[in-house]
Design a protein around this ligand. Structure first.
Ligand SMILES: [Zn+2]
Length: 324
């Protein structure tokens, strides 16, 4: 405790213009999530008030070297994307600890819920406007905060959900083009298909399956919900209901509970059925056929759209920018 406070003071002297002593060894690393929560409690926070909730933005130890205005604009953009997707900011109170690091990009991030919704994210001091505009990580983490926490075996549902929804939420908010959404899905989802010896998704540890195999599940869920409800409902309706009922990632749910809440919102059994299949069996997806039905075609590295495809309207609706 004492050591940590001393380190913060030392950084303060650095910012004041004496010798630059703001090096990573002096600052706490925040690897331990308890340190993240403590920083959110003890360090100065800027409040960003949004419809439905607020963000407490903390620049860890002052985050020397970071362009704060640029960071604030980027946080607002991510918050705007998830607020539009959910119809309101998905958690009442969200703590965001921004840690300055080396490099010119937004770095890795982790989201926790056991002591309140909170994310720790590393941002390179040399990150420019383009790096922030290109960033998907912050929106991905805010989406984690929106869903209840699940047992470890279902990590693929959480990572898959954030991977699937993030580009769609950004496209609906006007921050990402439809062709970029589908280019990423085409390239990514094929990496998530099961290997010959793989079983069901529950308990999987493979990175590609957790993120992209999980994303394929949610895209399939999107299509199944549209079909089962004759186009009246979408996954977004299910997501909003799950978020409203859980209040976000401070709640602990089972996957079965999550599927049931989503299905109740759409008047279908689409999620529960699909979950049973993906969780326990080696479920493969004919991605070529799936993208063809959506009217997403790749030619020479470019994504082309076929508006005569059977699910073309669903595809257009998903990524169409929406009014505020
Ligand atoms: Zn994630």
């Amino acid at each position: 405790m004492f050591t940590r406070r001393s380190a913060v003071v030392a950084l303060g002297i650095g910012i004041a213009g004496a010798a630059i002593i703001a090096d990573a060894r002096a600052a706490p690393s925040y690897d331990d999530p308890d340190d993240l929560y403590q920083a959110l409690r003890d360090q100065p926070a800027e409040r960003i008030v949004l419809p439905g909730g607020e963000i407490a933005l903390v620049f860890a130890d002052g985050a020397p070297g970071l362009d704060r205005d640029r960071v604030r604009a980027w946080v607002r953009e991510g918050a705007d994307a998830v607020t539009r997707y959910f119809g309101r900011f998905p958690v009442k109170h969200y703590g965001l600890l921004v840690i300055a690091g080396d490099g010119d990009a937004v770095g890795h991030a982790t989201t926790f819920g056991y002591a309140g919704s909170a994310t720790r994210i590393y941002v390179g001091r040399s990150a420019d406007r383009v790096a922030f505009a290109r960033d998907w990580v912050l929106t991905h983490e805010m989406l984690h905060a929106a869903l209840p926490d699940l047992p470890r075996r279902a990590l693929w549902l959480q990572e898959g959900n954030a991977t699937y929804v993030e580009p769609i939420a950004r496209a609906q908010a006007g921050y990402l083009s439809a062709s970029e959404v589908w280019r990423q899905s085409l390239a990514g989802m094929q990496k998530g298909e099961p290997e010959p010896n793989d079983g069901g998704m529950d308990g999987t540890r493979s990175w590609a399956r957790l993120y992209w195999g999980g994303a394929t599940f949610w895209l399939q869920a999107e299509i199944d919900i549209a079909r089962a409800s004759a186009g009246r409902h979408s996954l977004q309706d299910a997501m909003r209901a799950i978020n409203r009922q859980s209040g976000g990632n401070s709640a602990d749910w089972t996957p079965e509970q999550l599927m049931a809440a989503g299905d109740a919102a759409t008047g279908t059994e689409a999620l529960s059925r699909l979950y049973t299949r993906f969780a326990s069996e080696r479920a493969t997806t004919d991605l070529g056929a799936l993208f063809a039905r959506l009217g997403v075609v790749e030619r020479g590295g470019w994504v082309m759209f076929d508006d005569t495809a059977p699910l073309a309207e669903l595809r257009r609706k998903l990524t169409r920018p929406r009014a505020g």
